[in-house]
Write a protein that binds this ligand. Sequence first.
Ligand code: 3PG
Length: 309
Amino acid sequence: MTDIVITEFMDEAAVATLKARYKVHHDPELFGKPDELAGLLANVPALIVRNQTQVRGAVLEAAGKLKVVGRLGVGLDNIDMDACAKRDIRVFPATGANSLSVVEYVICSAMVLLRGAYFANAAMLAGEFPKTKLIGREIAGKRLGLVGFGAIARDVGHHARALGMEVVAYDPYVAADDPAWQSTQALDLDAVLGSADVISLHLPLTPETRGLIGKEAFAKMKSDAILVNAARGGVMDEAALVAALKGGKLGGAAIDVFDEEPLRDGAKIFAGAPNLILTPHIAGNTVESNSRVSGLVAERVMAALEGRT
Ligand SMILES: O=C(O)[C@H](O)COP(=O)(O)O
């Protein structure tokens, strides 16, 4: 009988650790087969997912013996947390374990877009030498505006300061006397949007944050600002982003997360938008973070199954 079902990719060493002690069913594509998943879960006490598996509705209904969900990441919007609580199912995210990968994605994207020097291969291969067209900007001395000031945002701020950036943030849920504000100026949302050279979103997707960065928010940004969204797609209005880029109202954007993933037909909306980097929700995924995330979740799931936590 299966003890643990894993529905998405997971570091092989961590899977081997689980297999040494438990009967494991690991299918990295199972997230796309909800009926098969529901059929597998009837007597299974532990489920391990990333963010593509929807842990709700029929899947939870079918999982009558489920006690533990391991989440190979930090966002919990793919898991019905209320339904899990009602069923006494404990959910263990990999808090902190992918932060550094997200930090590097944000900083790297901001540097690439500020510098503006890395999209010239076609011209170079055609024999051009566009030296005067590729004079970009330094990151040092620029203002980073963090929208959301949780653990990952703070880590981004820490690294940004090391590069000489000034860091400001908006987060109404962080108390005014929180020590985190000692190194970062708290501003209201409009002030962050209106004054930052690089804006990075670090918000969970909730009814309150859905669509927060829309047409009005883009209108407040500096026309040469860079936007990075490695948080959740629904937080930002994709059509408004494209309009801002096409209208010269925004300097560039790196977008890792989308309203609908994968993009499919939704990809069309981004066609022709300049200075835009699109990536498939991988800001938190590196070889190193996969190892840390998988090791942490494997340990937490085993501890829960063995009554050690
Ligand atoms: O919530 C997260 O931690 C990130 O979105 C990454 O999630 P993933 O590793 O499941 O893609």
